[in-house]
Design a protein around this ligand. Structure first.
Ligand SMILES: *Cc1c(COP(=O)(O)O)cnc(C)c1O
Length: 830
């Protein structure tokens, strides 16, 4: 039982005891009903059967609280918060649910008594990989924090049948495999066919005295699947609702293909392809029609659901049709996770104006007060700019509405800045050019009452550079909300040893209030605590080394420094700079992560890292000092393993390019030191911990701007720095690709002639900084003291803090301490 003295130690003991074959005792409160759900008897039950039995058992403990919470929202009608996102990178659910419900000890005990290994069962669960990286994982952390803070919040997205691809490395090259995550069924979701909704595409618009009518459309049905989202130990269970595309039963039968019944049934796939697969683009816009369909699909289904729920509330049942929506912005907040769900803005306008018959000005006022937009990147190639022709074909009425919004927006600007044609061009929602495009960020800014960046430095760039004209117009609209991570998954779940050690020193309350970690400052000079922190890290490293040996047959020395660079491969994240340093210094370990398929440079970088690893690891002298491991298939469940085992966290993006980063925060909280640039949230990590407790190097944003002004010339650095020259020459000469000496020509050519991210310019500072890291690592005590100062300063980076700021400054709701009453015991009809 949590709360009883020593419970954490006991849990650890049980987890360490591991697998036992015999079966003893069964008088525990947790039972695993194999027969009920698996339909298997014990003699033929597989570990997967036991996983499902455990998952169903844990799920049963959610149901009562889930129903209670939703009933409570229905009765009390608090303001609803809707988080709209094309990605929810949830990872696994079992252990997180046990932790948030306080069931972990009881389950550990029961599983142990059955002679089973809990960790083995947990490994059977597939990751819900419905995201690419930071943006999708942020949505998942926010759901946990919103439930923990007692907000009446909903996550709305798409139930992709295939999530982010599984990455395999074959002969050093990336190969993608389909992520068939639903193959064995998903015990955490519940289909809700009774809430299925139609979504329209194509067709044409008819204008008459009674307004616009969108007709002759093709319909796809949106079938919702609900997943419970438990708060941490507060009896709150919120909902993540993901839509799946279904063809209507008359699909292609009524109007077309009459007489070809078989073909019509086969063609149902066309409609259902909408929710088939997640686009694996991180920080990159690819203007594909199917992607636009996905974006509108989630938006259209979600807004119908939101309005249905509003109308069912006491606020929505006012007599007067004219005033019923007046309270809408007080009852509904919709947060747009990047511009991906931006079509929600014209869609809500369409509902208000065409269907509910509100006057335009009123509809627009309500719409603006409902939406808020979070910007996640300033990289131009990532900004969504949909061709007008495509939108006109797929969503003709929405294009008209966007034009109307733009007309009024430009009229307003023209009235404030007469004769400033250039400004009108810059601020238009419509970009002229060889293809006319809609700038979705501009649409979001104009249609929202709040716009935020995700770290101080990023929000400043958003305000003063990327959307300068808009900030000049409405400065109070622009805000910062520095990202965060949930300490439940990113500490309690992934690093129980450290979580316990902290609880022994400062109590357990820090889990809900991470700012309490500052209490650890008292123990920076406590020799026993220093040794214990170092010991936990060592245990995590040994465990990870064993995992690598078991899964990948590679051996690493657990007493060496684990220098880890995990994140999506992207030029701006500069995995290449790390790689050059490896070639130069022949140091440490490095691992890395997937690139979107088809992204040529990223794939070449992966190949290069693997080629370098091949040479380094097989060198008899170097290979004993350094191992370079390319960790394949980085994902949430792998992050949970590698982050707690890391000594050095690589956060080396070009200043001004990484909006926030959240990987950086996970490492800080888990006792790694950071080598990084003054970019994204690194800046605030240095502010919290003191710059002297991070390894900060390289150009600041101002330096990058200045270098751009002067003109960046990579050759200069190459000519001046002998080590850099040697490393680059080695790649050029075919040293890492003897069978194809020209293999990396494109990479080298890029570094010299079109490196937007200026790898050579930071190379020298990076190498020098790595030397300082190596020196400190030799002094284990000094290193660990710096680690403790970092953990003590990590409190700001809880997503609970982030969500409290959204609640206060954007959604205008109070995080409630109002306790949802505990549920009745399961199975008594409650
Ligand atoms: C946190 C996380 C990310 C984001 O990492 P960054 O270093 O901030 O880019 C990406 N992928 C996974 C699986 C994560 O858990």
């Amino acid at each position: 039982q949590p709360g009883k003295p020593g419970w954490r130690r006991r849990r650890r003991r049980i987890r360490r005891r591991g697998r036992r074959k015999c079966c003893v005792g069964s008088s525990y409160r947790i039972f695993l009903p194999l027969g009920g759900t698996g339909g298997r008897d014990r003699n033929v039950a597989t570990p997967r059967d036991y996983y499902f039995a455990l998952a169903h058992t844990v799920r049963d403990h959610l149901v009562g609280r889930w129903i209670r919470t939703q009933q409570y929202y229905y009765e009390k009608d608090p303001k609803r918060i809707y988080y709209l996102s094309l990605e929810f990178y949830m990872g696994r659910t079992l252990q997180n649910t046990m932790i948030n419900l306080g069931l972990q000890n009881a389950c550990d005990e029961a599983v142990y008594q059955l002679g089973l290994d809990m960790e083995e069962l947990e490994e059977i669960e597939e990751d819900a990989g419905l995201g690419n990286g930071g943006l999708g994982r942020l949505a998942a952390c926010f759901l946990d924090s919103m439930a923990t803070l007692g907000l009446a919040a909903y996550g709305y997205g798409i139930r992709y049948e295939y999530g982010i691809f599984n990455q395999k490395i074959r002969d050093g090259w990336q190969v993608e495999e389909a992520d068939d995550w639903l193959r064995h069924g998903n015990p955490w979701e519940k289909a809700r066919p009774e809430y299925m909704l139609p979504v329209h595409f194509y067709g044409r618009v008819e204008h008459s005295a009674s307004g616009a009518k969108w007709i002759d459309t093709q319909v796809v049905l949106a079938l919702p699947y609900d997943t419970p989202v438990p708060g941490y130990m507060n009896n709150t269970v919120n909902t993540m609702r993901l839509w799946s595309a279904r063809a209507p039963n008359d699909f292609n039968l009524r109007d077309f293909n009459v007489g070809d019944y078989i073909q019509a049934v086969l063609d149902r796939n066309l409609a259902e392809n909408i929710s088939r697969v997640l686009y694996p683009n991180d920080n990159f816009f690819e203007g594909k029609e199917l992607r636009l369909k996905q974006e509108y699909f989630v938006v259209a289904a979600t807004l119908q659901d939101i309005i249905r729920r509003f109308k069912a509330s006491k606020f929505g049942s006012t007599d007067s049709v004219r005033t019923v929506f007046d309270s809408f912005p007080d009852q509904v907040a919709i947060q747009l996770n990047d511009t991906h769900p931006a079509m929600a803005i014209p869609e809500l306008m369409r509902i208000f104006v065409d269907i509910e018959k509100l006057p335009w000005d009123k509809a627009w006022d309500i719409t603006k007060r409902t939406f808020a937009y979070t910007n996640h990147t300033v990289l131009p190639e990532a900004l969504e700019r949909w061709p007008v022709d495509l939108v006109e074909k797929l969503l003709p009425r929405h294009l008209q509405i966007i034009y109307e919004i733009n007309q009024r927006h430009l009229d307003h600007i023209a009235s404030l800045f007469p004769n400033d044609v250039e400004r009108l061009r810059r601020m238009s929602l419509i970009e002229e050019g060889d293809t006319k495009r809609i700038n979705m960020a501009h649409l979001c800014i104009v249609g929202s009452h709040a716009v935020n960046g995700v770290a101080k430095i990023h929000s400043e760039i958003v305000k003063t550079q990327v959307f300068e004209d808009f900030a000049e117009l409405e400065p109070e609209k622009f805000q910062n909300k520095t990202n965060g991570i949930t300490p439940r998954r990113w500490l309690l779940l992934c690093n129980p040893g450290l979580a316990e050690l902290i609880a022994e020193k400062i109590g357990e309350d820090y889990v809900r209030d991470l700012s309490q970690l500052t209490k650890l400052h008292k123990f920076v000079d406590d020799d026993l605590f220093i040794r214990e922190v170092a010991k936990v890290k060592q245990e995590n490293k040994v465990k990870f080394a064993l995992y690598l040996e078991k899964e990948y047959k590679v051996k690493i020395n657990p007493s060496s420094m684990f220098d880890v660079h995990v994140k999506r491969i992207h030029e701006y994240k500069r995995q290449l700079m790390n790689c050059l340093h490896i070639i130069t210094m022949v140091p440490r370990g490095c691992s890395s992560t997937p690139a979107a398929p088809g992204y040529h440079m990223a794939k070449m970088i992966i190949k290069l890292i693997n080629a370098v690893a091949q040479v380094v690891n097989n060198d008899p002298v170097v290979g004993s000092k350094l191992k370079v491991i390319f960790l394949e298939n980085y994902r949430v469940s792998l992050a949970e393993k590698v982050i707690p085992a890391t000594d050095l966290s690589e956060q080396i993006s070009t200043a001004g390019t990484e909006a926030s980063g959240t990987g950086n925060m996970k490492f800080m909280l888990n006792g790694a030191l950071t080598i990084g640039t003054m970019d994204g949230a690194n800046v605030e990590m240095a502010e919290e911990a003191g710059e002297e407790n991070l390894f900060i190097f390289g150009m600041r944003v101002e330096d990058v701007t200045e270098l751009d002004r002067k003109g960046y010339n990579a050759q200069l650095y190459y000519d001046r720095l002998p080590e850099l020259k040697q490393a680059v020459d080695q790649i050029k000469s075919g040293f890492f690709s003897p069978n194809d000496p020209n293999l990396f020509n494109d990479v080298v050519n890029m570094l010299f002639h079109h490196d937007r991210f200026k790898v050579f310019a930071d190379y020298e500072a990076y190498v020098k900084c790595q030397e300082k890291v190596s020196e400190l690592y030799l002094n284990s005590k000094a290193w660990t003291k710096m680690v403790i100062r970092n953990i003590a300063a990590a409190g700001k980076f809880s997503s609970d803090r982030t969500i409290k700021e959204y609640a206060r400054d954007i959604w205008h709701v109070e995080p409630s301490d109002l306790k949802i009453p505990p549920p009745n015991e399961p199975r008594d009809g409650g």
